[in-house]
Write a protein that binds this ligand. Structure first.
Ligand code: COA
Length: 388
């Protein structure tokens, strides 16, 4: 391969190099675990399905940050702290107003969190101050839904709706988005999806956030890194792309031909595949059931029907299975959530996982700085301008 005038050896393999760091062990964690054999996911040892079914996003966030499930008093206090911390400073709202109207909500979030760090009461705390980092984590989690909905409403020419003190994260997101009280069923689905999205071991954005704070930078910088990394369609951005794809396909009778054609043209099909799982993503199975249930309730099974066909063809042709972003896409769509907010919803949830990772990193820190293989030209002397 020719690049910038010298030769890159695309075919060369190196024994100590794994492209995309596949299979490379990059750290030790106690936060979450993927069991590849059973395709199961646990947060601090607890199966994520049990958390989604019987717990709440707040209990999950507490578990991720503190390492244990809260008792009733601890959960009440945690909820009260989140409620107190949901407001964002007016200067941040003004900054969101100054953003171009076509700015994607993920980019608005980078703006918001870049500013929020300096408003944090622990702004000057040392990077490794564990207690200050926990306080920052809670403020970061609390403000995410407020920033997402304020930014979106402003981009739509509407006024932000302030958070409601009595509502949890899921309900507040819906309330601040639509400006009216959400129904219990929608809140429950949203809450379960936040739990499923909250954490996922050394995924690209959590790893990137860990790299950022490992330089002794702060949690807010790590959050901005995480948001930027999550935005791409190979990571969190897949849920939005999956919905555009389902809409493009339009009906189940076109799904098989569409999928086969996409595969023949070597297109990546959004919402399928995973770096870690081999057979299935158990979060997807859980959310598919819910998404289909919503479809039946709303009298719109189109997307569930398209999904069935695509899942069959993808498995038959490529042994690929849907990941969590695939059912999340049509579940959110059926709940009436605007598509550009799907990845930001992922942020609302994942602030908890990112924060837990950054705290874990800083509690036992070492700079993350890998090596690389040099394939560029050999040492050459500087060529004077008149000889180039
Ligand atoms: C998640 C993902 C990035 C993992 O990537 P990875 O581990 O680097 O795997 P690769 O991209 O190298 O894919 C390996 C093979 O599977 C194929 N593949 C993987 N995911 C695919 C997809 N979604 N659609 C079509 N083919 C896919 C690749 O084309 C490749 O095939 P080849 O060996 O014949 O060239 C990848 O599956 C993907 O791009 N999925 C779509 C985006 C998505 O849903 N992301 C959210 C993840 S939670």
């Amino acid at each position: 391969m020719q690049k910038n005038g010298w030769t890159m050896s695309a075919e060369t393999t190196y024994p100590n190099y794994s492209p995309g760091l596949q299979g490379v062990v990059a750290g030790i964690t106690t936060i979450s675990h993927i069991d590849v054999d059973t395709s199961s996911l646990t947060y601090r040892g607890i199966n994520v399905h049990e958390l989604a079914e019987y717990g709440s996003f707040e209990e999950t966030a507490y578990l991720l940050i503190y390492g244990e499930l809260p008792n009733s008093a601890q959960l009440s206090e945690f909820r009260a702290t989140l409620a107190r911390e949901r407001q964002v400073p007016d200067a941040v709202i003004q900054a969101l107003r100054a953003c171009p109207k076509n700015m994607h909500p993920m980019d608005q979030l980078k703006v918001a969190y870049s500013m929020l760090g300096a408003f944090d009461a622990d702004y000057d705390a040392p990077a490794t101050d564990h207690d200050a980092n926990v306080r920052k984590a809670i403020r970061i989690i609390a403000k995410a839904a407020t920033c997402v909905t304020a930014g979106y409403r402003i981009s739509q020419g509407k006024e932000p709706v302030p958070p409601h003190a009595d509502l949890n994260t899921a309900a507040n997101f819906l309330y601040m988005l639509h400006g009216e009280m959400p129904d219990d069923y929608t809140v429950k689905v949203m809450d379960a999806s936040l739990t499923l999205y909250a954490e996922h071991t050394f995924n690209a954005s959590a790893f990137a956030a860990r790299v950022t704070v490992a330089t002794m930078s702060d949690l807010y910088s790590g959050i901005v890194t995480g948001i930027g990394t999550l935005k791409g369609p190979l990571h969190g951005g897949a849920n939005e792309e999956a919905m555009y794809m389902l809409m493009d396909i339009g009906s189940a009778d076109k799904a098989e031909a569409w999928t086969r054609d996409a595969l023949a043209n070597k297109k990546k099909i959004m919402g399928f595949g995973h770096r870690e799982y081999r057979k299935s993503d158990s979060r997807a199975a859980y959310l598919t059931k819910i998404a289909k249930e919503i479809g039946k309730m709303k009298g719109n099974t189109t997307y569930g029907d398209i999904a069935d066909v695509m899942e069959r063809v993808m498995w038959d042709e490529k042994n690929l299975f849907p990941n969590v972003d695939f059912p999340a896409a049509y579940a959110y769509y059926l709940l009436g959530i605007p598509i550009p907010l799907y990845t930001p919803i992922f942020v609302i949830a994942r602030t908890s996982g990112w924060a837990a990772h950054m705290i874990e990193q800083l509690d036992n820190n070492r700079l993350i700085r890998p090596s690389c293989i040099y394939e560029g030209r050999g040492v050459t002397s500087f060529t004077p301008m008149d000889q180039r």
